[in-house]
Design a protein around this ligand. Sequence first.
Ligand code: ZN
Length: 88
Amino acid sequence: MPIYEYRCTGCTREFELLVLRNSPTPACPSCDSQNLEQLLSGFAVNSEGTRQASIDKFRRSYKASGQRRDEQVAAVEYEKKEREEHGG
Ligand SMILES: [Zn+2]
């Protein structure tokens, strides 16, 4: 089964998704963000160094994005609203 692990770069939540060929773009179940980092499940990525490196990377991109993150959140909120209004 093609189950992949992802980490949301928005809220750092980690989750698993079953990804099929015709699946829509995966989104974070917590904040609905599509800014996901695919984790390499099946590999032993337990080294503290690798972990620290990705944390640093996350912090840097978080800092660099700054204002843009608010815009992304606003866009996500807007999409959610649209879906609620037209969904069903
Ligand atoms: Zn998230």
